[in-house]
Design a protein around this ligand. Structure first.
Ligand SMILES: Nc1ncnc2c1ncn2[C@@H]1O[C@H](COP(=O)(O)OP(=O)(O)O)[C@@H](O)[C@H]1O
Ligand SMILES: O=P(O)(O)OC[C@H]1O[C@](O)(COP(=O)(O)O)[C@@H](O)[C@@H]1O
Ligand SMILES: [Mg+2]
Length: 500
């Protein structure tokens, strides 16, 4: 569905669509049921058209011939399709089955996204077959984890819960077993049993005043439109690309959408991930406690380790919002301990000036400085992510060694706080809950419109559809050359750790 370049030299990223690989004569379109929805009364401008786009970049240097426009053509602004309801849809709601899965680590707001997918599919479009795939990618083909049949009643209070009711896992990505399950629409459960449960559940619900659907089990069993909602981080999105490629290769009528989840905020292109702000808020509580401990001791250091496997966004944002931090260490920036301009010299001066100091370190920082055994060098989790050593414990030991060596007999304490899972195992705050709702509804509108192999996410404050492949390839490291990092350094006055 790629559109040609317009006169204004705005070129939107080509968005994969079902019509790219399925014959048009096999694809029926339907009028969006929102047309008949008594809450909407669609008026002019309600439906989004394929020519509505969101610019990827909104900061330009008008005096520059090129600026930083598209890589291939410097005169072109890169744009993405704007998210929102389309007038025509490619799925007949009564014959549509949706599957929702959560993969990877936890993130505040997962349950809100699931809830809003269920409520949105059910209330906006009248989809009655909604399945929760359990325990991550492996749940598609697991013989022990049957899908949950979801409906609005079931998910009502889920936005108030941390974690994911569907459960999640790392590893277990078996492309062919997953796509086989999607293709047969069975998810390793005897179709008859599953369909009867779902059928009874929707007949039951419809008798309680929910939008009525025809309780005809034969129609129900003919269900062959499938939508797969994959909620996960960078690893999950790489898996989703493979699933989408295989679905295209098999030419099956399945819409695939990724909903980016990452407490580390390490997914590129989108403004930020849901749950990130909640995690930063929780991280600040740990920093406050470290500050109190450090201030109340003689030569006290409060040391906080925060999540951030390869990116230091949580540490950076918590530092900026807390203002109690003397030094913030992130994976994107090398640092060293001893010598001129090193961490030890800096902390020595801070203790002399203020009597205490607060140090925040992202878990991925300084990993190359921590001694490790050969086995530790190789250790990976089920998804293949490198397992990190505890930079906080290592720093604590090194700081104690330094003090005993340079200030023997003087009082000194390091209070190490590692909130680990506490920052991500909480329910989403209000801002994140709102974000999750808009994200889920954007995803539904896009899939219904026939887009597939895409991610829904905010770009410059507007919701857009981005090809899955672009998101899977993009990273979001902290740019230590930009203004935000410079701001951290002005707040903390910490060294740049560049050896002269
Ligand atoms: N390159 C990849 N190709 C296919 N699947 C992947 C890839 N990387 C990770 N996965 C799968 O995605 C899921 C989540 O990945 P993980 O890295 O643990 O979390 P996250 O998605 O949060 O980054 C796991 O089931 C994992 O097996
Ligand atoms: O949940 P686990 O397996 O203990 O992994 C912890 C990791 O998960 C994270 O919280 C999030 O990572 P993902 O987004 O890749 O799932 C990292 O910050 C942390 O390193
Ligand atoms: Mg990840």
């Amino acid at each position: 569905m790629a559109l040609s370049k317009s006169k204004r030299e705005v070129e939107e990223e080509a968005m994969p669509h079902l019509t790219d690989y399925l014959q048009l004569e096999n694809l029926k379109t339907y009028t969006n049921p929102l047309d008949q929805n008594r809450f909407f009364h669609p008026s002019h401008g309600f439906y989004v058209s394929p020519s509505d786009v969101i610019l990827r970049q909104i900061v330009y240097d008008l005096s520059s011939a090129c600026g930083a426009f598209s890589d291939s053509d410097p005169r072109v602004h890169v744009a993405y399709h704007r998210a929102g309801p389309r007038k025509q849809i490619f799925f007949e709601p009564k014959n549509t089955r949706a599957a929702i899965v959560t993969c990877g680590g936890l993130c505040p707001g997962l349950n809100t996204v699931i809830r809003e997918l269920v409520v949105g599919l059910w209330e906006l479009y009248g989809v009655r077959q909604i399945l929760g795939i359990q325990a991550g990618y492996r749940g598609f083909y697991s013989t022990t984890r049957n899908p949950l049949v979801l409906n609005p009643k079931m998910v009502r209070g889920w936005h108030k819960l941390g974690g994911t009711v569907l459960e999640t896992s790392r590893g277990g990505f078996d492309l062919h077993q997953i796509v086989d399950a999607i293709q047969t629409n069975a998810f390793n459960q005897p179709m008859g049993t599953l369909d009867q449960i779902t059928w009874f559940s929707y007949c039951f619900s419809s008798s309680f005043g929910l939008p009525s659907v025809r309780c005809d089990i034969q129609t129900f069993l003919q269900s062959h439109f499938l939508q797969v909602y994959i909620i996960g981080g960078d690893g999950t999105m790489r898996g989703a690309v493979e699933i989408f490629d295989e679905i295209q290769r098999r030419k099956i009528n399945v819409g695939v959408v990724g909903i980016p989840k990452t407490v580390d905020n390490d997914v590129g292109i989108i403004d930020r991930s849901f749950g990130f702000q909640t995690a930063v808020e929780m991280a600040q509580q740990a920093i406050s406690a470290a500050h109190v401990e450090a201030e109340s001791a003689v030569n006290g250091i409060g040391l906080v380790k925060l999540m951030g496997r390869s990116t230091g966004h949580i540490a950076l944002h918590a530092t900026l919002s807390s203002r109690d931090v003397d030094c913030c260490l992130i994976p994107e920036m090398e640092f060293y301990l001893e010598g001129k301009g090193g961490l030890v010299e800096f902390l020595d001066n801070r203790l002399k000036e203020n009597g205490h100091a607060v140090l925040v370190v992202a878990e991925g920082a300084g990993q190359n400085m921590i001694p490790r055994t050969a086995a530790q060098t190789e250790e990976r989790d089920e998804s293949g992510n490198l397992v990190f050593l505890d930079v906080g414990s290592w720093l604590k030991t090194e700081l104690k060694k330094w003090w005993a060596r340079d200030h023997p007999g003087e009082l000194f304490t390091v209070k190490y706080i590692d909130p680990t899972y506490m920052i991500r195992a909480v329910p989403a705050n209000a801002t994140d809950n709102l974000y999750c709702t808009l994200l889920a509804h954007s995803a539904i509108h896009g899939v219904m419109a026939g887009y597939t192999g895409f991610v829904s996410g905010p770009i410059n404050g507007n919701y857009a559809y981005i090809p899955l492949e672009d998101v899977a390839q993009a990273t979001n490291a902290v740019n230590t050359k930009d203004h935000k990092w410079a701001w951290v350094r002005t707040v903390t006055n910490q060294p740049d750790f560049v050896k002269s």
